[in-house]
Structures are given as structure tokens and as C-alpha cells.
Design a protein around this ligand. Sequence first.
Ligand code: KIV
Ligand code: ZN
Length: 500
Amino acid sequence: MEKDRVYIFDTTLRDGEQVPGCQLNTVEKIQVAQALESLGVDVIESGFPISSPGDFNSVIEISKAVTWPTICALSRAVEKDIDCAAEALRFAKHRRIHTGIGTSDSHIRYKFNSTREEIIERAVKAVKYARNLVDEVEFYAEDAGRTDNEYLARVVEAVIKAGATVINIPDTTGYCLPEEYGAKIKYLCEHVDNIDKAILSTHCHNDLGMATANTMAGLLNGARQCEVTINGVGERAGNTALEEIAMILSSHKDISLATNINTQKIYPMSRMVSNLMNMPVQPNKAIVGRNAFAHSSGIHQDGVLKNVQTYEIIDPKDIGLDTNSIVLTARSGRAALKYRLESLGVAVQGEQLDKLYQEFLKLADKKKEVGDDDILLLAGVHTAQERHIKVDWLQATSCIGMKPVASVGLDIAGEKFEAAATGNGPVDAAINAIRQIIKRHINLTEYTIQGVTKGSDDTCKVHMQVECDGRLHYGLGMSTDIVTASIDAYVDCLNKINNV
Ligand code: KIV
Ligand code: ZN
């Protein structure tokens, strides 16, 4: 049976990157974009160029670095935004402008203080303007999930007539029920006269945990593009997870829809994005969570040992999770590290490889076997920006019957500082010592420690969030020592605060 193609539009670098704390620098964005290309996505939404010079520049650099996927840039239905998007896309081999406007009554009334007719006019004008600059124009009807279907159909028909080639129907607030969202797509397929001239796209948010179900309902009712992010990262509760849609379509042979995703690259891609964005993957996350393939109950283990199909609907190898993959040790050479990283989708060479190899050797000295998660984590931490605050040394004690103490030496832009403090544990004591040096009011608002693999010699990964002057900053640390990893993450946060 010939399957219909579903185009995967990845918005990790736009909707995903909008999340506070998930911001990436241009080098990191290029790394993600190249990995998305080798994963097989069709469209990469690379940014919102008018929003900042950084975003503008990243769209330019991603356009240069990627060959096959279409590079898309977001804009409002405003000429200066559209000009800016077209300018940022000038080096892309295949380019698309994604422009649009809110169509629900609440957006029309409260956001635009406008009328339904005026919104159609503005939408049409923006699409025509964009079509003069690029061949592919995608229109988004923001809050389409809460827009009445009859009016939505009128908007869609008008923008297709104006030249839109793809129509995005976002459930911006994640409110729709799957049946309702599917019916909306069906309604558009049946009531928009020129619907065959454009591709309908889903864009679902996960506020009520229905993003994947809604996306599937949209695809089963006629949408042929879906907008997704790696690990489901995105505003608030996130967007539809790419890996979930890819694996639903590849495991349900009865559904006559297929993507171009090379599913064996899903797991490394997920880990890369999690590490670079400082966004841990919840252990029970479908497809890519640490426990997704862990059978812990006796009945399940017994069944799986007799025949894996009893409880496992996906072979972990199909998502690139090879439990027998080669582990690296202190005796592994630079070439082995490079080869393993490349097979995980991370390209490193020259000086970057040398530095990474030195870090790898340090880790391999402390840990007998270094697995994929460890080296992806090393690669992620390694690409982080140069730090002007560094930890020279750290000593912390964990005690029973005495108060834990810590002393720390910091190098701040070449100047040396030392301090000691007590705390309710070694991490608290070390942070108190740092607070004596950095005399700013900094609140620790989130602190997560995660073991990477297993064993008491495991690497641990710490995600931290601090608040300073009303702004949030995120940090990542890793080490085989939980105090060191925690302080590394804290200092990573400090490096992101202005004038510390
Ligand atoms: O959720 C949404 O409506 C969006 C649009 C800007 C496409 O992200
Ligand atoms: Zn969105």
C-alpha cells in the first residue's frame, strides 16, 4: 500500500526555543539544525527574525548550514516583519515565510481591537506581500482551535487565493479535544473550495495533555503537515513531540501515512536537545524517557523475557537506543570518541575534538565505562559559552552529627576569591560560600539532579534555575560528584547574569 506523505515541520528552534531558559546560541542552533536535517525533517522553523538580532543572525547561519530541509522564518502579518524574515532567509536553498494573525473572536476583539472582515483583509495583504518575496508562504490562523469553523474556512479560502501554500491551524491554547480538532480539519477539507491548492498543517499545544492526540486527529482527517518539537519542548506545557508522531506512524502499519524520519536517530536527537536546552526529559516520557523501555514489574519482566512482544510495542533499537552499544573507556582513542559522537549526530573536529577528548579522559578516569548519554552530555556542556566565572577549587563535607561546611575558590575574570560557609548540606554550604563572594541577591528557584545511567560511579546531571533582578537564568552541570555537578550548574547560572 502506497502511504501518503506527512511533512514534518520542526519548530524546536522557534516555539521550543521561546521557553525561558531554553535559549540556544547560534552555534548550538546550527548543531541542532544539522541534526534535524540528518533526522529527516522536511521543514525547520529556525526563528522569528524581527524579534531580536540574535534570532535574525541564527536564521541566516542555519540557512547556510543546512541543505535539504526548507528553512522557515516566523513573522506577524506586518510588512516590516515579513521583509525581515525574507532578508534572514536569503541564503536558504529552500525557504518559507510563516506569517499570520489571530482569528478567534477573543484575539480579534482584545488583541487587535478589530473586526472579522478587517482581519481577513490584513491576512490577505500579508500573504500577498510575502508571496512577492518567496515562493512558499505558510499562513497561521492563531488560536484557530477556538475560532469558529465557518469563519475559519472563509479566512483559509481567502489566504489560499492570495497565494498561501501551507495553512497552519494552531490549537494555540491546547484547548481542543481530539474529536473537535479532527472535525475542524475535516470541515476545512470539505468547505474550503480551493483547499487542494494548499497543505493543511497541525500545530498543537499540550496544555491539557492532548497535543499528540490532536495532531493525530488532524492527520487522520486530512492534514498532511504537522508542527512538532523534539521532546515536546515549547511554550507552557509544550508542543506535540516529534518522536511521538514519528513512532505512532511507523508502528501503526494500518495507518496509511508515513514520514521521512530516520527513527534510529530519535534517541540521540532527544538527548542532544535536552542537554543543549537544559531541559530534562521526564523519566516516563513516551518514546524517549529513561523508563520508556524499563520493565520493572515481575509480571512484565517475565513476559518480556519469554517474548519481548508481550509488553514492548517498539524495539528500542528502532529509536537508536542500543542497549548493547559500544562503551568507551579510558583506553579509547580520539577516533573512537569522534566516531561514537558522529553516530549520535554530533560532528566535532580539530581543537573542539581535542578539548572534548581531554574532558572525556577525565571522566573515563572516574568512571569505568562511558556511555552514549555521558558523551552527549559532555558534548552539550562543552559547546556552552566560555565562562568568565570559574571554580578553581572546591571542598565540601557531608556530615552526620556536625554541620556541613564548604570552602570554595573562584576565578572571576582572572581575579581570585575564596570563601567558606556552613549549610544544611554540602551543596547548600558551597552555594552559601559562593554567595559571600558574589554579593548579589540570587534566588535558587529550581534544582534537579538526575543520574545519567546507573551505578554509584554514575555521572550526574544537575539542572538549575536562579532568579536575579526579576530575570530567570538556567545552568547545567555534570560530574561524577553531586556537589561538583551542583556547583558547576550554579556557576553556569551566574555566568549568564549581567555584571556578576
Ligand atoms: O501556537 C501558535 O499559535 C503559534 C503560532 C505563532 C504559529 O506558535
Ligand atoms: Zn505554538
